[in-house]
Design a binder for this molecule. Structure first.
Ligand code: NAP
Length: 258
């Protein structure tokens, strides 16, 4: 008997959730899972299933891809700060009536003992650092978002990035630390102590891999300048992979391997 054609699922990736979802779907013979990466990271880890790399060419390009590859459903598992891709996915899927789910880790929120300054952009973060009188800052904002901080020429920065910033902005006083999470609490405590850090600037990525610095800051009683998440289209949203897999059952059915 002829097997039914597997339904194509497009996972917009670049996050640990995107990889975990592709892993979770790897045994589904009724699905063809394609993970899409933006192509920013040299030699990225290969996801389970198929991989495509590079931008689609805006909403129109994505819509053409969805139609051309007969995509049955899209899961937007991009990072909470990847606002453009999220908007393009919402527009293209709405245009073609393709089911779309956002897989997004919940945001962090401040607890007792936290001293957070919440800002909506990096210039707001620069102003907050000035107002706080920060002198030695752990800057964990991503390698492409460093430039506004270089204007603070009386602050020493420990710039932590996954890969080399290109170019590294002209900081007056800075040390570069290339490191990738998950970061463990003891190591974060030791890092803040070793460098005499008096403030952390970061974005509200959420998740566990990079949350230890927040607890270390709380224990040290130092402030955290936290950039809030950008606005994203209102969509059905799953906080974890299991919920996304469940949603897919409703969107494309159980299939043979479901
Ligand atoms: P963005 O600003 O939302 O997207 C800019 C453009 O990059 C998009 O318009 C799209 O180009 C392309 N793009 C983004 N994600 C893509 C994907 N998964 N597959 C194919 N093309 C993609 O995104 P970003 O903030 O630069 O992030 C880029 C990637 O890095 C994302 O996949 C995200 O998950 C990952 N990431 C981002 C952050 C962060 O803090 N922003 C942190 C960790 C990981 P076209 O318009 O040409 O389609």
């Amino acid at each position: 008997m002829r097997q039914p054609t597997p339904a194509t699922i497009l996972v917009l990736g670049g996050t640990s959730e995107g990889y975990a979802l592709a892993d979770a779907l790897t045994d589904r013979s009724d699905l063809r899972v394609v993970t899409s990466l933006a192509g920013r990271t040299p030699n990225p880890r290969r996801p389970s299933g198929e991989l495509r790399v590079g931008g689609f060419g805006g909403t129109d390009g994505l819509a053409a891809y969805l139609a051309g590859h007969h995509v049955a459903a899209v899961i937007d598992a991009t990072h909470p700060f990847a606002a453009t891709m999220g908007a393009h996915a919402a527009q293209a899927c709405a245009r073609l009536d393709v089911p779309l789910l956002r897989l997004e880790r919940p945001a962090w929120s401040p607890g007792p003992g936290d001293r957070w300054e919440q800002v909506s952009d990096w210039y707001g973060a620069v102003i907050a650092l000035r107002t706080l009188g920060a002198r030695r800052v752990l800057l964990a904002v991503g390698r492409q978002e460093l430039a506004p901080f270089a204007m603070l020429d009386d602050v020493w920065f420990l710039v932590r990035c996954v890969s080399q910033p290109d170019p590294l902005p002209a900081f007056a006083h800075a040390e570069l630390l290339l490191d990738r999470g998950p970061f463990d609490l003891d190591a974060e405590r030791a890092l803040l102590e070793r460098h005499d850090i008096d403030c952390i600037a970061c974005k509200n990525s959420g998740g566990v891999a990079s949350a230890a610095k927040l607890q270390a800051a709380r224990e040290r009683r130092i402030p955290v300048v936290m950039r809030e998440r950008p606005q994203r289209p209102t969509l059905p949203t799953a906080p974890d992979v299991a919920t996304a897999v469940q949603w897919l059952r409703g969107a494309v059915g159980n299939g043979a391997g479901g």
